[in-house]
Write a protein that binds this ligand. Structure first.
Ligand code: C2E
Ligand code: MG
Ligand code: MG
Length: 763
């Protein structure tokens, strides 16, 4: 650091002044020549001179230092500006370029000696005069073309101001530039964005957009988000920042899954979006508390100083536009009855989330749920009541979305939910239980006194499948695996997967078994509770599996029902049962009633009565020796069609039994509309009869009402003599169960009937 001339002169003048005063005083006192006094006085004067010189010198050094520090600060400031900046002085002795300008001008660390041509180049001057500098300082929007060494033309606007003048009169100037190319690019981007909005999407015009633009800045690693004042006003937030959690509370429940995935993606993958522009669309509760659609269009950049990634961009209200799109969206993605998302939307969201789970190592639960025995509600209370129940169910399901998630109606009474896995493995079960208890409260109006329950199956994604559809299939499979149990909640397991494979193999084998005649009939006796005599047989199908096992119908009838193989099975059972019954009659066995079981697909076949009569004619069997067993739920599927079909069968003289009575919803008065001849009380009644007086009372009144309508009653699953006695006392006519005989082969059955006949003659 060199001492400036001005300060040196100032110091010398002050010192000289002191010295002059000293000389005058010295001359005055010299006359008396007092040596000691003179010596002290001289020393004192010398010290004073030296001291004053030091003080002045120090002050000047401090001032100089401050100036140097200020200058350093200025240089630092200029260097760290993100816009292109230039610090220069009017005698062109020094120049400082920041990185942005150095990059743009393709100059690295210019020497001060070259300052003038560089400065002149930036301001497009041959040789710069004081008048030019004045013009530069005053210019606000003047464009200065500048060509970089590689020939790129930059049209710059410079904002220049004098920042410091030193004691030598040298003025320092700071010029901050803007490259018009950048501005034009930004402008064209806004224009094209606005055009896209106004033309293709018709969102809103540019003016509106500019008026309603909020800005949001998200910094990597920073849990707080930084909104502009406009955005704060739009959303009704106060404060310069808000947390992700605060924002999450404003998100529309059905958009929470999308919100969470956006947050996760930004948190973990921001770097992969560097310099990309992306858009998020979400519903948020606005300042007035209403949910509105917002579009956040942001670009990820890297902060040059901190090195941190920053996502910054505009937030605009697109509610009006969404309202226009809503109709199209509604048709494509909304279920008409419940007004919640449909299967298509679920697949769309699910597929996206499946990808996210893979990328971000997170997981979701996929739950599929349906209302137990919903078809009965539809059949017995009408479609209007059915639809009302679906709407209520949709509300119940959506009600679970407050913590985040996605829900849709996927078909009939099937609804699906996607929930973020929080590490709590009991979450799906808890959510379903809440749905079940909320659903129970919807049994009002026409549904009063109905016990409304629902069942669910669930699977985890991505671990339970190779795609979202696959995970869904597995959740649906878990649901169907418990279809007979009301209110069941099952998680998909890999054993279930084995079952799927097993079932699909079984289906193939079953179709072969039907054509290879590997199916056989067993017969179970039905006896009179009054006389103990056999009055009929129920034909129960069995499958002689290639493995040597005899498979029970529960193992293959449900599979056959799904695949239409059931029609062939029923045809076989009908033919074989008629053939056997007529064979036994011809062999002199006492004529008894042969019952066969029908599935719903069989029952609604065209000309069923004609087909059965053909079979009876073929084996010369009287129609009143044939009984068809229908289950209650089957009969109520389409009540009018059922009545018509049953009447045709009745007119042909064929008997009809209501199987498994009491397991469904239907009231006896409703059942009475159906022209059946026998009512089969379900095994559950028999099981609970002994310890439950209410059940006894029900059996009694059912038997009484049935008798009045000339309908006979039989109880299934009778295993003990006590049960038989109770049933007889309650007025039940017949019984079937292990007490009288298990299902048997034809040969065993023949022996049984012969023994029964012999008993009658010997007793
Ligand atoms: P279901 O029609 O209710 O038949 C009665 C079932 O209860 C039979 O089982 C029978 O073995 C069983 N059972 C009878 N007495 C007792 C008892 O005292 N205790 C107990 N625990 N069980 C008893 P199975 O033969 O396994 O048949 C099961 C179901 O499969 C039948 O129920 C019926 O719905 C269906 N099924 C059987 N054969 C056919 C058929 O040919 N076609 C159709 N569509 N379904 C059939
Ligand atoms: Mg049956
Ligand atoms: Mg039954």
């Amino acid at each position: 650091m060199k001492l400036q001339k001005k300060q040196l002169v100032y110091s010398i003048v002050v010192a000289f002044a002191f010295f002059t005063v000293y000389l005058i005083i010295y001359a005055f006192y010299h006359r008396e020549n007092d040596g000691l006094v003179y010596l002290i006085f001289n020393s004192y004067a010398l010290i004073a001179v030296v001291l004053s010189f030091v003080v002045v010198l120090r002050r000047s050094v401090r001032e100089q230092r401050k100036k140097v520090t200020d200058h350093k600060r200025l240089t630092y400031f200029a260097k760290n500006l993100t816009a292109p900046a230039l610090l220069w002085n009017d005698n062109f002795s020094e120049i400082v370029l920041n990185d942005a300008l150095a990059e743009l001008a393709e100059i690295t660390a210019p020497a001060d000696a070259d300052a003038k041509p560089i400065i002149c180049g930036f301001f497009n001057k041959e040789d710069m005069t004081d008048a030019d500098i004045r013009e530069i300082v005053l210019a606000r929007n003047k464009e200065y073309p500048f060509r970089s060494p590689s020939g790129v033309l930059h049209e710059m606007i410079w904002n220049t101001c004098a920042v410091e003048t030193d004691e030598e009169g040298v003025t320092w100037l700071l010029s901050i530039g803007m490259d018009l190319a950048d501005i034009r690019m930004l402008q064209s981007e806004i224009e094209s964005y606005s055009k896209k909005l106004t033309v293709s999407e018709g969102r809103h015009n540019l003016t509106m957009e500019l008026m309603d633009v909020g800005l949001l800045l998200i910094e990597q690693g920073n849990p707080r988000l930084f909104p502009s004042e406009k955005l704060q006003a739009m959303l009704g937030f106060r404060g310069a920042s808000f947390s992700v959690e605060e924002l999450r509370k404003r998100v529309y429940p059905l958009d929470l899954v999308a919100f969470d995935s956006h947050v996760q993606t930004l948190r973990h993958q921001m770097r992969s979006f560097l310099n990309q522009t992306r858009t998020m669309e979400l519903r948020l509760s606005a300042a007035d508390g209403e949910y509105r659609w917002y579009s956040y269009r942001f670009k990820v950049t890297q902060n040059a100083e901190t090195g941190r990634l920053v996502a910054g961009g505009s937030v605009i209200d697109i509610t009006q536009e969404k309202a226009k799109d809503a109709k199209i969206e509604q048709i494509a993605y909304e279920d008409a009855v419940t007004e919640i998302p449909n299967r298509n939307k679920l697949l769309f969201v699910g597929q996206e989330l499946f990808q996210i789970t893979k990328d971000l190592d997170i997981s979701y639960w996929v739950i599929v749920t349906d209302i137990d025995r919903f078809h009965l509600i539809n059949d017995t209370c009408g479609y209007a009541a059915g639809n009302a129940l679906l709407k209520s169910f949709a509300e119940v399901v959506i009600g679970q979305m407050e913590q985040g998630g996605f829900a849709a109606r996927i078909s009939g009474d099937n609804f699906a939910l996607i929930l973020r896995d929080t590490g709590d493995k009991n979450l799906p079960e808890r959510v379903v239980k809440r749905i079940q208890s909320d659903l129970a409260t919807k049994a009002v109006g026409e549904l009063e006194n109905r016990s409304l329950t629902c069942s669910a199956g669930f699977a985890k994604m991505p671990e339970d499948g190779e795609s979202f559809e696959n995970v869904m299939e597995h959740a649906e499979f878990a649901l169907s695996s418990a279809s007979d149990t009301l209110g069941s909640i099952r998680r998909y397991t890999s054993e279930m997967h084995d079952t799927i494979i097993f079932e699909s193999n079984l289906e193939k084998q079953l179709s072969e078994a039907v054509s290879r005649k590997d199916l056989i009939l067993y017969y179970q006796p039905k006896v009179s509770l009054k006389t103990g005599e056999i009055i009929g047989l129920e034909a129960l199908v069995r499958w002689k599996h290639p493995s040597g096992k005899i498979l029970s119908p529960d193992m293959f009838i449900p599979i056959a029902e799904k695949s239409q193989l059931i029609t062939q099975i029923t045809r076989f059972v009908l033919r074989e049962a008629c053939r056997q019954a007529s064979l036994w009659q011809k062999a002199g066995l006492k004529p008894i009633i042969m019952s066969i079981n029908f599935s719903s697909t069989d029952f609604y076949l065209e000309n069923l009565s004609g087909q059965i009569q053909n079979m009876l004619n073929r084996f010369r069997l009287e129609p009143n020796y044939l009984e068809i067993e229908l289950t209650e739920s089957m009969a109520l599927k389409d009540i009018d069609a059922t009545i018509e079909q049953m009447q045709e069968l009745r007119e042909a003289g064929i008997r009809i039994a209501m199987d498994d009575f009491g397991t469904g919803y239907s009231s006896l008065s409703y059942i009475q509309r159906l022209p059946f001849t026998m009512l089969k009380l379900d095994r559950a009644f028999v099981m609970h009869m002994e310890d439950d007086p209410v059940v006894q009372e029900i059996i009694r009144s059912v038997a009484r009402i049935a008798k009045a309508k000339k309908i006979e009653t039989i109880a299934e699953g009778v295993e003990t003599p006590e049960q038989a006695e109770h049933l007889r006392a309650a007025g039940c006519d017949f019984a079937q169960g292990f007490l009288y005989g298990h299902p048997m082969t034809a040969a065993e059955t023949e022996k049984y009937i012969r023994a029964d006949m012999a008993k009658k003659y010997t007793s």
